[in-house]
Design a protein around this ligand. Structure first.
Ligand SMILES: [Cu+2]
Length: 122
């Protein structure tokens, strides 16, 4: 009987651990700051509440000004050593204009979250 109880307890614990974590990755900070103006940014960094899986996380950038119909460019990204920040270093500073950054990340609990933010480069 005791063995059965322990087995059940183990099974219940296993189920509880596979219940989706409340902690989906949330964007908690960005550079450039969403909605703000940045001076000739040379990197885009997005900090999340959870650790990210680098292979399944990325971002693209779309210029919103200076003529319509510009395509999104997928930028090369990496994840910071602490696992929380998606980083894209730009070869050259962004020209003046407004931009849309679209991101997607998968956290270490395998949940995918996507979003976007806008900023202005000057
Ligand atoms: Cu989650």
């Amino acid at each position: 009987m005791r063995t059965l109880s322990i087995t059940l307890l183990g099974a219940v614990s296993a189920v509880l651990m596979t219940v989706p974590a409340i902690a989906h990755p949330k964007l908690i900070a960005s550079s450039p700051v969403a909605g703000r103006t940045a001076s000739a940014p040379t990197a885009i960094t997005l900090k999340f509440s959870e650790k990210l899986l680098a292979a399944f996380s990325g971002l693209s950038i779309t210029p919103l000004s200076g003529g319509g119909g510009k395509a999104a460019t997928v930028l090369k990204t990496s994840v910071s050593p602490d696992g929380h920040t998606l980083v894209s270093r730009l070869a050259t500073p962004l020209p003046s204009g407004s931009y849309l950054v679209s991101w997607h990340v998968v956290s270490s609990d395998t949940h995918r979250v996507a979003g976007s933010l806008r900023f202005i480069a000057r």
